[in-house]
Write a protein that binds this ligand. Structure first.
Ligand SMILES: Nc1ncnc2c1ncn2[C@@H]1O[C@H](COP(=O)(O)OP(=O)(O)OP(=O)(O)O)[C@@H](O)[C@H]1O
Ligand SMILES: [Mg+2]
Length: 459
């Protein structure tokens, strides 16, 4: 027993309580760095007739924010109603799903009585614990107005202030079907139905997902979600460790903040693996150290979803070794758009650290960058429109995986310019040490550290 106070059996359950690498979070206690967004969502829900759309890149934490807000706002006698989009779902099939979900969790069910029916609507009868065939419901929903009628009934039966989460709304295949929800919101608002909808979707604007009509609408608060900030990234590991009575080496927390690239799933995966590592310690462990981190990181890498691993593998496996150096260079920077020169500078430092004999010249480097846009190289990168020589990650979350790979092979990417790296070379233990020059730009600002350098960076 290397984590004091827990047997091996208890430990597994406890770790699952403090990290959640594969499920959205639904409690404020574990939702880090979203205080402002949570408040924005809640305030929007309090306004009569207003619903919420949370949008942003894949994996930033949209479902977690939606679920946490839903539990906060939903009145206590029932649970929020969760439904998810999918390619073949339509407007009416989604409404039918909402009705089924809602009545499966209505307040009638929490009472002991087996009162006959939860809802009787246009000849359709939902009975206790029984779902209706989506087809039968669908047949009754010819127009958006019918959906409003049904949801009005559903709201009455469900609870005093029902919240529906429509997760992954963007996956509904037909734009036309998605756009019908805009008109639904308008009608729900006009009729004063107390039911609130929280949508989530991957995208860069609500117009893209719900249509122009909705994004101009007063019935919708639009919340754009970005990657986690520096402080929140560190809190994920620090809080989880604390709950098991452990400290975290501050440098480890910083490395995790950098490597995760602000994607919380990576933080949870690494933290989980580190905690198991601590559990395997021979002696009683009271701090998560670099040793736990490096061993845990390797385990975590293997657990990253395949679709995130694939682009990297396509780009580097069974390729000349410089491919990996180039891919790492593309991940060595904080900005989402990066130009070739910036990445070439990063590449030169990486090649030097790896003591490569053949270093690519700029022309060849540029050629290889171009290949990273192609299918056979995993489409790691794509061009930035109207900016020749600029690139961005096609799937933004892949960059964190690339950083994890580099880190596991002892290449600490920091997103810094060569000038700063030179300074780091001077110190013998710079690799794992805590130096101001290693703190990323954003964090340095937040902590009021090293302002002079920060200004130079920006220039
Ligand atoms: N604010 C947060 N603090 C700590 N952990 C978080 C936070 N937000 C999300 N997570 C964790 O990150 C992971 C991804 O979160 P979530 O599923 O909410 O993201 P998403 O944006 O909905 O992803 P997708 O685009 O794949 O649907 C989950 O494991 C969740 O537990
Ligand atoms: Mg999600």
């Amino acid at each position: 027993m290397a984590i004091e106070g827990y047997s091996k059996e208890e430990l597994g359950a406890r770790i699952a309580e403090v990290v959640s690498p594969s499920q959205p979070i639904s409690s404020v206690e574990f939702l880090k760095g979203r205080e402002q967004e949570l408040q924005d969502v809640e305030r929007a829900l309090y306004a009569k007739g207003r619903s919420v759309f949370i949008y942003g890149d894949r994996g930033v934490g949209k479902s977690s924010l939606a679920a946490t807000a839903a539990f906060q706002y939903q009145s206590a006698e029932a649970s929020p109603i969760f439904v998810g989009g999918a390619k073949d779902e339509t407007f009416v099939s989604m409404i039918a799903n909402i009705a089924n979900q809602a009545l499966g969790r209505s307040r009638l069910h929490t009472t002991k009585t087996t009162r006959g029916l939860a809802l009787d609507w246009r000849g359709l009868k939902w009975s206790w614990g029984q779902e209706l065939n989506v087809k039968d419901v669908t047949a009754q929903l010819a127009a958006v107005g019918d959906a409003v009628d049904l949801l009005t009934e559903v709201a009455t039966v469900h609870s005093a202030s029902p919240v529906v989460v429509i997760d992954e709304f963007d996956t509904i295949g037909e734009a036309e079907e998605r756009h019908k929800f805009a008109s639904l919101l308008k009608h729900l608002g006009d009729r004063g139905v107390p039911l609130k909808i929280i949508f989530t979707g991957i995208g860069s604007s609500v117009t893209e997902l719900l249509g122009a009509h909705a994004s101009a609408s007063r019935q919708l608060a639009q919340i754009e979600l970005a990657r986690l900030g520096w402080e929140a990234r560190r809190e994920v590991v620090i809080q989880a460790a604390q709950k098991l009575g452990l400290d975290v080496d501050p440098n480890v927390a910083w490395r995790m903040a950098i490597v995760s690239d602000g994607y919380p799933a990576y933080l949870h995966l690494i933290t989980e693996a580190m905690l198991w590592q601590a559990a395997d310690d021979k002696d009683v462990c009271d701090q998560l150290t670099f040793e736990h981190y490096h061993l845990g990181l390797r385990k975590a890498i293997a657990l990253v979803s395949m679709w995130l691993q694939e682009p990297y593998k396509a780009a580097v496996l069974q390729r000349p070794s410089e491919m990996e150096d180039v891919v790492w260079a593309t991940a060595d920077g904080e900005d989402l758009w990066r130009d070739t020169r910036d990445m070439y500078d990063a590449y030169k430092v990486i090649a030097e650290k790896r003591q490569r004999l053949d270093v690519l010249d700029r022309t060849n480097f540029t050629k290889i960058l171009g290949r990273l846009k192609t299918k056979s190289y995993g489409e790691v990168l794509e061009s930035v429109p109207n900016r020749p020589g600029w690139y961005t990650y096609k799937e933004k979350m892949v960059r964190g995986y690339v950083r994890m790979q580099a880190e596991a092979q002892n290449m600490e990417l920091n997103g810094e310019r060569p000038a700063q790296r030179q300074r780091m070379h001077i110190s013998s233990n710079a690799r794992s040490g805590y130096y101001e020059s290693q703190i990323p730009r954003g964090a340095r600002l937040a902590f009021g550290l090293d302002r002079d350098n920060t200004d130079k960076d920006a220039g």
